[in-house]
Design a protein. Structure first.
Length: 470
């Protein structure tokens, strides 16, 4: 079936060509920009640009994930008659060159809320407009449940989670997120893809480690890509959502959704998840509220990043600017990174992270508290390590949560909240299953690198001194 709009407005011989610029939206279903491109254009090309200057380079574990995600995306796009190209570096130059080479007159993309990303889009928009004949950049809304423009009654951005999420939920009841879009029909003028050439181009990026292959075995743990994201959601709703409120804090039980890397790479949309949970609740009353509230934290983190673009480098609370962080201590940092602190729950978490690219949320809080409070190392040290080692490393959620634990963030844990890893282990890993899974039992354990009680007092004194000087 031909699209009436395309037929009427088509001015290019042989039909219109459009480019879909994929970023953190690596899927073909529920993709407004892709659906729009296919509706408005006869021929569609796709491009992904890696390592755009001005953006924080993604870490090793994310690169591992990205490889799999691009592989699946290329195959799904090929089924729609859309070849995917991967380029590296300056997106302004790449988009302009590709548009010229293909004769495209429109570029489609999904908005990225970050400030640096928005600047890049503006530069691309300007560069494309300068091409003779003019090429337009058409940006669809970002995948968020809460509009970053939301303000309190006094017209200020929200700084506290509870009123933010209450208000967001009221708004979502009145105006639910847009309905999910199906996978679109193939292009009217399908283009052929050369899968071998694509595989070679992908391999040439070196996204997956070889020597040493620190990600050996991850193929059995993770399945990047849209299809697996939807399977994961389905399994989670059927099997674990009911237990989620009671067991989500238990690292020994695997009831959380494990959707975070799929969400970070946009293989599934948060609006689709919202609708799926909403539909599930109709047949399972009482389910879903606490899970949606975690998605609310994701919204809150993105909202804070929009309003405070320096979230990964500067304290969100200005009063923390002068916090007297001691000089970094390489031995302490190394012990923390390598899971050799001698503190069981912490070492288990750091080993889980290194071996799998993820860590349970409760344990993330405990290891972050140990680093920033008992060891008094700057939260940026931990944030950077997580950035490199997490498959779900996220430009909003990672710095947001590090600052939350350190006390310098929005609605943060108060400075006197210092997690006691021993009590946390007893409460959340009562049978020691999690620790046994991740800490080798046959090796001699190192003595604890820090006295938990004394370091707690020292941290409290440092944090209290800051309180008094502000
Ligand atoms: P579920 O419990 O199933 O939650 C569902 C979804 O809600 C998650 O997939 C995630 O998208 C979102 N979510 C849940 N908790 C949070 C939270 N506290 N903040 C923001 N979003 C949340 N999450 C990331 O996605 N990327 C990160 O880089 C990241 N870094 C973190 C660093 C620290 C120090 C801490 C304490 C937490 C961090 N988190 C991060 C939040 C949280 O740990 C993970 O989202 C969660 O463990 C992912 O597992 P899940 O998908 O099974 O979560």
């Amino acid at each position: 079936m031909t699209n009436p709009e395309a037929t009427i407005t088509d001015t290019e011989p042989g039909g219109r060509t459009g480019i879909v610029w994929f970023r953190r939206d690596l899927r073909v279903g529920d993709h407004p920009a892709l659906s729009r491109a296919l509706a408005e254009c006869d021929r569609v090309r796709a491009v992904f640009v890696l390592d755009e200057p001005g953006l924080r380079p993604i870490g090793g574990a994310s690169r591992w994930w990205l490889h799999g995600s691009l592989e699946r995306l290329a195959s799904d796009l090929a089924d729609l008659g859309i070849p995917l190209e991967i380029r590296t570096g300056d997106s302004v130059a790449h988009l302009r060159d590709l548009a010229r080479a293909t004769g495209a007159t429109r570029v489609y993309a999904t908005a990225r809320p970050g400030a640096a990303e928005r600047e890049i889009d503006e530069a691309v928009r300007e560069a494309l407009a300068m091409v003779p004949g003019g090429i337009s950049l058409r940006v669809s809304p970002p995948d968020l449940l809460v509009d970053p423009g939301l303000r309190t009654g006094e017209g200020r951005p929200y700084t506290v989670f509870t009123p933010f999420w209450r208000r967001a939920q009221d708004d979502l009841m009145r105006q639910p997120p847009r309905a999910s879009l199906p996978v679109p029909a193939p292009a009217r003028a399908p283009q052929t893809t050369n899968p071998d050439a694509f595989a070679r181009a992908l391999a040439a990026l070196g996204l997956r480690p070889t020597a040493p292959d620190w990600a050996a075995g991850w193929e059995d743990l993770w399945n990047p890509g849209e299809r697996c994201a939807h399977e994961r959601l389905g399994d989670f709703l059927d099997e674990d959502l009911g237990d989620y409120p009671d067991l989500r804090d238990r690292p020994d039980r695997r009831v959380t959704s494990r959707l975070s890397p799929h969400l970070v790479f946009g293989e599934i949309t948060v609006s689709h998840i919202w609708h799926a949970v909403d539909a599930h609740r109709r047949t399972h009353p009482g389910h879903g509220a606490s899970f949606l509230s975690e998605l609310g934290w994701r919204e809150f983190a993105h909202y804070q990043l929009v309003h405070f673009p320096d979230l990964a480098t500067l304290p969100w609370r200005p009063s923390f600017a002068g916090f007297p962080w001691p000089e970094p201590d390489p031995a302490l940092i190394r012990a923390w990174q390598t899971g050799t602190t001698g503190i069981d729950l912490v070492d288990a978490g750091m080993n889980e992270l290194w071996q799998t690219g993820t860590m349970h949320n409760r344990v993330r809080m405990v290891v972050a508290s140990l680093l920033t409070k008992n060891l008094l190392q700057h939260w940026r040290v931990g944030e950077e390590w997580f950035w490199d080692t997490l498959v779900d490393a996220d430009p909003a959620a990672n710095p947001f949560n590090w600052q939350w634990v350190a006390g310098s963030g929005a609605d943060a844990a108060p400075y006197f909240r210092i997690f006691n890893p021993e009590l946390q282990r007893k409460k959340f890993d009562p049978n020691g299953e999690y620790v046994r899974r991740w800490v080798p039992q046959d090796e001699l354990r190192p003595a604890p690198i820090v006295d938990l009680a004394r370091s707690r007092e020292a941290a409290l004194a440092a944090y209290r001194a800051r309180e008094e000087t502000t």
